[in-house]
Ligand binder design. Structure first.
Ligand code: SF4
Ligand code: SF4
Length: 355
């Protein structure tokens, strides 16, 4: 298949992707884009392609016109008469495609002084890229390099957020959803929420509400029977690998790693559920319960000290969305340990050690 066929086939997906780039969470995109641009163009032979020069009239600015007219030995008025077309918006471009300056061997006869727009095409190494979804999409249909750059970029920054049956997830701008988490359908995410890699939030059959300050850590699954709702009330803390199926988790409660909370179970406010706990369908626990085991049972009340510890841990997670937005980015690994690599601080200990 030709690149143009792939580009048309992926047009809808690419359009959605390009539009999604223009969000707050794009700090890492530009360095990656630039690196991909350089890699792709180091292997691209424009002389065997020339699609842009054959099919797109190059835009001109006033200094292009002056420069090229001078180069070919005519004045600007003559140049405009012979080479320039003005569209209804007043934009000027070289008239005729293929371009009159394109040689038979695909070289450009005015290469050194070509229009600025030609020099910059397909604009894949420009900071403005993330704001130009329409132009970028159009370029993928013409330029095989622009298409390849976009496909490679998608592998690094593909937010897995999906509309389902007309439901589009709603995610507050202050929250961070890792690009490798999947958020589908009727999902509402409040402020300062952290969603870790490989978490799956499937709001396809019912609703998922995640209130402000919650975290849903790596490999968690949130799902439900048709028509049911999963609710995580404010500051709920869902540990690595936990499954919440059609249940509700109370305000400032913590669900330990790899626990399973079944349908219509209710975990009250300020509860702590130990790692690997199984809460069966319909079970409910009052506020301040410390719950462990399979089947789950209350072993004592959550003390003020335990709750302070839990709250402190959740506060760390509430800082994580902002940290991720500002410092998390794909990178090439180092091949050796730098001598000045700093040691990380032990700012938070597990509960037993805290005593
Ligand atoms: S001026 Fe040169 S680079 Fe620009 S479209 Fe014409 S041939 Fe191509
Ligand atoms: S369309 Fe893209 S790959 Fe082809 S000549 Fe133009 S810039 Fe090069």
């Amino acid at each position: 298949m030709l690149h143009t066929e792939y580009a048309h086939l992926n047009k809808k997906e690419n359009e959605a992707y390009l539009k999604s780039l223009n969000t707050r969470h794009n700090e890492g995109v530009f360095p990656q884009l630039k690196a991909i641009h350089e890699e792709v163009f180091s292997k691209t032979d424009c002389l065997s392609c020339a699609n842009c020069c054959r099919t797109l009239p190059a835009l001109l600015n006033a200094s292009d016109i002056k420069r090229i007219a001078k180069h070919i030995g005519i004045n600007t008025k003559q140049f405009i008469r012979s080479f320039v077309l003005e569209d209804i918006n007043g934009e000027m471009m070289l008239n005729g495609v293929p371009c009159k300056f394109l040689n038979d061997d695909n070289s450009c006869s005015i290469y050194e002084i070509r229009p600025d727009a030609c020099r910059r095409y397909p604009h894949t190494d420009e900071k403005e890229y993330i704001r130009r979804a329409t132009l970028n999409l159009a370029n993928t249909l013409t330029c095989p390099a622009a298409y390849e750059i976009l496909e490679k970029l998608k592998r690094h920054f593909l937010p897995m957020i999906y509309e389902f049956n007309g439901y589009i997830p709603v995610i507050d701008e202050s929250s961070y959803v890792h690009p490798q988490a999947t958020v589908t359908g009727n999902v509402i995410i409040g402020r300062n929420v952290y969603i870790g890699p490989s978490a799956a939030l499937r709001g396809d059959w019912g609703q998922i509400i995640i209130e402000d300050g919650c975290n849903v850590q790596e490999n968690c699954t949130l799902h439900m029977f048709p028509g049911k709702t999963v609710i995580l009330y404010r500051d709920a803390h869902i540990g690595h690998g936990a499954i919440i199926h059609g249940a509700s988790i109370g305000r400032n409660s913590m669900i330990g790693m790899n626990s399973v909370i079944m349908d219509e179970a209710v975990v009250g406010d300020e509860c702590i559920v130990g790692a690997l706990t199984f809460i069966k369908a319909g079970q409910s626990f009052p506020s301040r319960s410390l719950v462990v085991g399979n089947p789950a049972r209350i072993i004592k009340e959550v003390s003020d000290e335990m709750l302070d510890w839990k709250t402190e841990g959740t506060t760390l997670y509430q800082q994580l969305p902002s940290d991720c937005m500002h410092s998390l980015r794909p990178c090439e690994p180092l091949r050796s340990i730098p001598p000045d690599r700093p040691t990380q601080q032990e700012v938070y200990k597990y509960f037993g050690k805290k005593q």
